[in-house]
Each structure stands twice: as structure tokens, then as C-alpha cells.
Design a protein around this ligand. Sequence first.
Ligand SMILES: [Zn+2]
Length: 265
Amino acid sequence: MSRALDLTPTARWWPSVLWQTTTLTLDGNGARLLVDPGIATWETREAAHDGATHILITHADWDHVMGIGLLPDTQVWASQSAAERIRSGEARASVESESRPYGVVLEGLDGMRVDELVPANGEPYQLGPWRVESHATPGHTPDGITTWIEGAGLLIVGDHLSQHEIPFIYDSAWNYRSTLALLTELIERHRPSHVVVGHGRPHAPERALEIAAQDAEYVNALIAFAEAGGTPERADDVPFPDRGGHDDAGEHRSNVERVCAQAAA
Ligand SMILES: [Zn+2]
């Protein structure tokens, strides 16, 4: 039995054992695209299956980039700001430090790179054999992108719309709010067959819209709280969605601290 789940005749979801981190593969015209290859070396190699030609990175957090160097013959696409996080060595340093508690085998980190910059302005472009469009979707991190692959019916949103955890707002709640509005609009406009998220099984569009609505309610409440002069000591005044993440309460407190600091600045 394979750990992979067939989404469509050409698209497969490959969850990592760690946090169900998504590697997606998409086949077409002799090409194979890997989205966010990782986490373990054997997981990346199993998904690539000797046939990978292209990689798309949703954002440069460590768990989404660590398989790049194992696939030297692929063309790697990422946003300009994700490329900068990789070029500067920031992404590699975080792979090395963040993976340590899990005893992840590190290999090929010298090969971390980006070859092509994604135009994240919503204009269609050609990624290998696929006609795609990408949008800047900051909020979780500043470098996030969302990509619509028309021919495959897939909307790939990175670390937003997770059903396993509350929003992790490392960038800005105001950006997160705009991103949720854009994701909602894209899902309603395209009606994707699957909304591919960075962690957990891809969603049907109805489920993705439900999560987007809950997350928007949460982020709006955070912003209202901070703009009304709320302080981190009163974090419990803002309810957060029930997702069952192992540290949702802790993540909520850091969200409140960050949004209060940003509102005060
Ligand atoms: Zn992630």
C-alpha cells in the first residue's frame, strides 16, 4: 500500500509522516512537478520517482524546501521573496535547526536553490507544460504564494486553510485577512477539484470555504481586539477555531502578541 493518495489521474498527494506535510506531484506531457518536496529524504525520492522535472515552492519555511537539493536536475520555481530566503542561507539555517528535534536525516542542502521566479501577480504563465497563475498570499509568512493550475483543477495555497491547526500568523494579521479574502474569491471563481494545503489532506472546495470563513472570523477578531487596545495578557478574550492542533493555545497567544505589537507600532 502506498502512502500516496490519488487526487486525479495525474495528481497525487504524498503526506510526510511529520505533520502530514504535503508534497504534491503532478504529471503531464512527460513532465513531473513536485510541490514542496520533503520532508525525509526517502519521502522526497519516493514522490520524485526518478521523474521529477519541475519544483514549485509555496513558501520557504524549512519543512517545504528541504527536498530541493535532492533533485539537482529539476527547474525550481518560487516567489522572489522565497528565493531570497533560500539564497541568503536563512532557509538552510532553519532546516538545520528546526529539523534537529525530529532527528531528520539531512542531505543535499548545498543544492537548495531557486532557478525561476514566479510572477505572483495573477497573470498566467507557463510552468513546464502547465498554464498556471500565481498570487502573492502573505499572512502566514511574507513570501507565500497561491497557484491555480487550470488544466489540473488544483488550487495550491501553502500553509493556509489547514484543518489541523489554527492560523499561524508569522507575517501580519492584516495580510492574512486579505489573503483569506483572495483565497475565498479564487475558490469561488475556479471551483477547483482540490484545494491543496501545506499540511493535511487536500480539501473539496466547500470544506476549504468553510475553513476560510472560520479563519476570517478569527483573524478579524484578533485585529479588532488589537486595534481596540487589547493586550497579550487578555489573549483569552479572543476565541480561536477548534482544530485540535497540539499547541493551538500557544500559537494563539503568539498570534495575539504579534498582532498587538503590530497594532501599537
Ligand atoms: Zn508548513
